[in-house]
Design a binder for this molecule. Structure first.
Ligand code: SAH
Length: 219
């Protein structure tokens, strides 16, 4: 009989955080703790479970991906989320990043344009006991105006340019992180200061393109 040693996922998550995230210089203890806690192994395809803690993105079906753990941690740390914050996420995908945000914020509003992915993430996150996540299957490129303003906006699909409609939904002092560009892509950190926004270009990345209304061009 072949006996397979069961996975010790909690230890694998701890090792992932140490080697892929802390060693690369991220130190926000709240973010690290959320990454140790959220069961990433449940958000990947069952056939890919052995690669759940791989240092890169993985396919999740419907032509979409779950982001690399380091990028999830980096983007989350840059948003400096406080426990009273209301957060908007565009691109629910697997729901993994959503869970990390829900560990840190008071409420998370998440929009996914592929309905099958939105429903799968909703079921999984409800099963995990999250009650502070609100789901929408639809086009997130226009944000969620009824629920705005948001203290933080996490965008995990790349528009060609900084999405003005989303920036308008930031509260005073609110932060948005978004991958911008076709071909070459960079993360941008956008901070609302009164009537204007401040933009900072961060690291190079590769995300799937943002689809929906935004592809027809923004004002
Ligand atoms: N954060 C996800 C990664 C998702 S990949 C995770 O950790 O798993 C990007 C996702 O953005 C894809 O699921 C894609 O379908 C979605 N997407 C692309 N354009 C969108 C739009 N306009 N509105 C909402 N979701 C969008």
């Amino acid at each position: 009989m072949i006996w397979e040693k069961p996975h010790n996922f909690a230890r694998m998550r701890q090792a992932m955080v140490k080697s892929q995230i802390e060693h690369r210089g991220l130190h926000d203890e709240r973010v690290l703790e959320a990454m140790r806690k959220v069961p990433r192994e449940l958000f990947v395809d069952e056939k890919d479970i052995d690669y759940a803690f791989h240092d890169g993105p993985l396919c999740i079906g419907c032509g979409q991906t779950i982001s690399q753990p380091y990028i999830v941690a980096y983007m989350t740390e840059m948003l400096a989320i406080e426990s009273t914050d209301r957060v908007l996420e565009i691109g629910t995908g697997s729901g993994y990043q959503t869970a990390v945000l829900a560990e840190l914020a008071s409420e998370v509003y998440t929009i996914e344009i592929v309905e099958a992915l939105s429903l799968r993430a909703r079921d999984l996150l409800r099963e995990q006991g999250y009650s502070n996540i609100f789901f929408c299957a639809g086009d997130g490129s226009l944000g969620w105006p009824d629920k705005a303003p948001f203290d933080a906006i996490m965008v995990t699909a790349a528009p060609d340019r900084t999405p003005a409609r989303l920036a308008e939904q930031l509260a005073e002092g609110g932060r948005m992180i978004v991958p911008v560009g076709r071909g070459e892509q960079y993360l941008e950190l956008v901070t609302r200061k009164g009537a204007s926004v401040e933009r900072r270009t961060l690291i190079g990345v590769r995300f799937v393109p943002m689809t929906g209304e935004i592809q027809k061009g923004e004002p």
